[in-house]
Unconditional design. Structure first.
Length: 126
């Protein structure tokens, strides 16, 4: 896989409702297939790998549903580990001091973009 040094379009801004359903997408982390997600929380767009820091399993309750019942925190549906949506920091549960792995994103002109890194690359040639 060749390195990508540019932004990649992810989804339209209006696809992300405040504290609503996340948009999921495929990436490669260190050449291994992974899912990632982007959501809007307190007006900010944030993205993480869809992998609990406690045990490497996907966290959503249903496709794109990551927030707890009060829509305040990201919660792993399997282990109950809880994360701050804006930082990915573990705030409760078996995740210890580990947090979620962030995927850099920016929002501009009605579009959300993500930025590949050395460790996190597109799953498909863009």
């Amino acid at each position: 896989m060749k390195p990508v040094d540019k932004e990649l379009p992810l989804c339209p801004s209006d696809a992300l409702a405040e504290r609503g359903r996340a948009h999921s997408f495929d990436v490669l982390q260190n050449s291994k297939p992974e899912r990632a997600f982007v959501l809007r929380f307190d007006g900010q767009v944030v993205a993480y790998l869809n992998r609990c820091a406690h045990l490497p399993t996907e966290m959503d309750w249903q496709e794109g549903e990551f927030l707890d019942a009060d829509k305040e925190l990201i919660m792993c549906s399997i282990h109950g580990a809880v994360y701050d949506p804006l930082t990915g920091r573990c705030v409760s549960g078996m995740c210890g001091h580990r947090g979620l792995i962030q995927v850099p994103v920016k929002e501009r002109a009605g579009q959300v973009y993500w930025y590949p890194s050395a460790a996190i690359q597109p799953a498909f040639d863009e």
